[in-house]
Design a protein around this ligand. Structure first.
Ligand code: ATP
Ligand code: MG
Ligand code: MG
Length: 378
């Protein structure tokens, strides 16, 4: 089967690597250049979305910030999973918040901001601190403002107003104001749903972010108390979208009660641990779901942690003796994810010790959260 992926980054690359044993031929459409490329070598295979669609049996996406006209063409082909609505919803916080409300899942209180009046009323109604997020094009914490009790309310508005006036999205762009959730930790749930509505759901992953970018994910121990809550919310959201593929949901855990932060209608960075830690990884399960193949088991086979490699950093070869290193063949730039490290152990305590050992080989300013991840396991 031929699968066309919208987007030619590391997620398409890892889908292609996972799909090869299934005889799936993956090509990627680079939305910026308009080229059809091989997702691993990035060799140019052809040009134009229409050609890619004609050759594909199935179309999917590795990211959600895709222009509506591209999504329209893919949807019209009848081959696109999870489909236009799911991708648009994941890429627009206004639609995303409406979906969460429709599915009846708890999420941070919010208000849509299109004017100074909206901004003032959000401050009055929700109160401070407040997190403001651009509705479109936000990722890795970009396009966000934080309003604290001592912030300059006027200056932040000037910044947001400027952002709205100059957004390349024009009138489609807006800002969502959200209550600040005083979470104990952040967790995410990754699962696959097929067209019949069958689910394969991975165990919750605990995530530590640094400056808005994921640093470390840990899938270990049991989260029994919140796993069932997360799975019920996952099912509600996935069923509401009649979703086909892998879906990720990020949650805030507040004293054992989960609130959804956001969703990602695709394979997710916090699911990379499944490459070594689960019976069937998220990339393979996504392909199985969108290609109409039986889903694979999402069972965790051993406690696993994932450490992101971000920016211009060095990973000594020694680390390969301790862990699985995955490179994306991307040029290092500040803030850019260029690879990750998966680390496995027989139990949670041993995983904490293994994290400590890996940390000894890495610069702790380049890899800031390993220590705190290890502490969650001790
Ligand atoms: P991603 O790369 O995960 O898509 P993003 O740019 O969409 O990131 P969010 O996940 O919305 O951003 O926010 C980034 C981080 O900021 C969250 O992981 C969390 O740590 C913090 N954060 C976001 N919203 C809130 C909130 N309402 N209350 C408290 N912290 C928040
Ligand atoms: Mg996001
Ligand atoms: Mg997020």
């Amino acid at each position: 089967m031929n699968v066309l992926v919208l987007g030619a980054g590391q997620l398409a690359r890892m889908m292609a690597l996972a799909g090869a044993p299934l005889n799936l031929k993956i090509s990627a459409y680079d939305v910026r250049s308009g080229n059809l490329v091989h997702p691993v070598t990035l060799e140019v295979l052809g040009q134009g979305l229409e050609n890619g669609i004609a050759d594909a049996d199935v179309i999917t996406a590795e990211f959600e910030h895709i222009a509506p006209d591209v999504l329209d063409v893919c949807q019209a082909s009848g081959k696109f999973y999870p489909g236009e609505t799911a991708i648009l919803t994941g890429g627009d916080r206004r639609l995303e918040k409406a979906l969460l409300d429709k599915a009846g899942v708890a999420n941070a209180r919010y208000q849509v901001i299109e004017s100074r009046e909206d901004y003032d009323s959000a401050i009055a109604n929700i109160g401070l601190p407040l997190i403001l997020k651009s509705a479109l094009d936000g990722y890795d914490g970009k396009g966000q403002w934080r309003l604290k009790p001592d912030s300059d309310i006027e200056a932040v508005w000037q910044d947001i107003d400027q952002f709205l006036k100059t957004s390349p999205q024009g009138a489609r762009q807006c800002v969502i104001a959200e209550e600040f959730v005083p979470f104990d930790r952040e967790v995410s749930l990754i699962g696959a749903r097929n067209a019949k509505g069958d689910l394969e759901i991975y165990p919750l992953t605990e995530n530590i972010h640094t400056n808005g970018i994921l640093s470390v994910s840990v899938a270990a121990g049991d989260n029994d108390a919140v796993q069932a809550q997360a799975e019920a919310m996952f099912k509600a959201v996935a069923d509401t979208l009649d979703y086909v593929g892998v879906l990720a949901i990020e949650f805030f855990d507040v004293g054992g009660n989960l609130k959804v932060n956001e969703i990602a209608p695709r394979v997710h960075n916090s699911g990379h641990w499944t490459q070594q830690g689960a019976e069937v990884c998220q990339f393979e399960n996504h392909l199985r779901a969108v290609c109409g193949l039986p889903l694979g088991s999402a069972k965790r086979i051993r406690p696993t942690a994932m450490i992101n490699i971000v920016g211009q950093v060095t990973v000594p070869t020694d680390v390969m003796g301790l862990a699985h290193v995955h490179w994306y063949d991307k040029a290092p730039r500040p803030g850019r994810k260029i690879g990750h490290i998966n680390l496995c152990a027989d139990n949670a305590k041993a995983l904490g010790e293994a994290l400590q050992e890996v940390a000894n080989h890495l610069d702790d300013t380049e890899f800031p959260a390993i220590q705190s991840a290890a502490e969650t396991l001790s």
